[in-house]
Design a protein around this ligand. Structure first.
Ligand code: PCA
Length: 203
């Protein structure tokens, strides 16, 4: 089994599917995977437990960013929770730090430029995102980077936001962007290859 661990989120915000979950299910069997609740404390604890169990060399966290049109590796996680809607545990902080004694931000340690180059070369839309938001995805990204920085700095980790799947756009305004499952899975295969290539060079 590969040394890559991929996490996904359950549906949220009135959706019945989450592209991160569908994509991750399609990749399961070839990579380690874990499905997380949209609850920031629980999701972080569950992913940290999985990292401790598996000791992967690469952790790729996936989530939905509805309305975007690209596979988007996130550049940075910020030390802020500011939730527009409560998470699934009913928690809704406004402008609170995630880790009071932690740094303001952590950069992704995935090779985000190589990822975008590799995915776009295959005619699949990808671009770097400079904000993972201030909701559960950013919280997970920050918490995992903080944990790894302290305990396992050799493990590379980053977050990637995905657009809607086409089925999610049927009840949305005309022109709402989406990517097919097949396209996102192919994009993820290329993304993972880019990460693995980078890890081998570093190792
Ligand atoms: N996207 C949300 C949380 C779960 C998900 O898939 C976010 O961007 O924070």
């Amino acid at each position: 089994m590969s040394a890559v661990l991929i996490s996904s989120f359950e549906p949220f915000g009135g959706e019945v599917i989450n592209p991160s979950q569908e994509v991750t299910r399609a990749l399961a069997g070839r990579f380690h995977t874990i499905e997380l609740p949209v609850a920031c404390t629980q999701a972080s604890a569950q992913l940290i437990a999985k990292i401790e169990e598996l000791s992967p060399s690469i952790v790729i966290m996936l989530g939905e960013n509805g309305g975007s049109s690209h596979i988007a590796p996130e550049r940075v996680a910020i030390n802020i929770d500011d939730f527009r809607i409560p998470d699934h545990a009913g928690y809704q902080p406004h402008g609170e730090t995630i880790t009071p004694d932690g740094p303001a931000a952590y950069f992704s340690t995935l090779p985000i430029y190589e990822i975008v180059e590799s995915v776009t070369t295959a005619q699949i839309p990808a671009k770097i995102s400079n904000s993972a938001g201030t909701y559960v995805c950013n919280h997970l990204f920050y918490s995992i980077r903080h944990y790894l920085e302290q305990h396992s700095p050799h493990i590379s980790a980053g977050f990637v936001h995905l657009p809607y799947l086409p089925a999610q756009t049927t009840n949305k305004p005309e022109g709402t962007p989406s990517l097919t499952l097949e396209t996102m899975v192919r994009g993820m295969e290329l993304l993972i290859q880019a990460c693995e290539g980078e890890t081998q060079i570093i190792a």
